[in-house]
Write a protein that binds this ligand. Structure first.
Ligand SMILES: [Zn+2]
Length: 93
């Protein structure tokens, strides 16, 4: 939500772009390569998440963020007691 340190704004966009610019792009969760050309709502499209959630003291920096498949990110989020979802631009209608 709007706590001032969330995954919004210019800084997060920049981090997200840098993480997704890595080649090859490997999923943090399953270790398989991510096709950067896929886009939402493809379940294999790339997403970026924070390794240490911001809610637990992590920072929105390239070092703390990793790419993953949207599917893997969501599955991981469903398993965690406090899922740390990162909205993808353009997700909302
Ligand atoms: Zn994956």
């Amino acid at each position: 939500m709007a706590n001032g340190r969330g995954h919004t704004g210019h800084r997060w966009r920049q981090v997200r772009r840098e993480v997704l610019a890595r080649r090859p792009l490997f999923c943090y969760f399953c270790g398989h390569e991510i096709n950067p050309r896929l886009t939402f709502p493809d379940p294999a499209s790339p997403q970026v998440h924070c390794i240490i959630p911001v809610s637990r003291g992590g920072t929105t920096t390239v070092d703390n963020c990793a790419p993953s498949h949207m599917r893997c990110n969501q599955e991981a989020g469903n398993r965690l007691p406090a899922p740390e979802f990162i909205p993808v631009e353009g997700l909302d209608p």
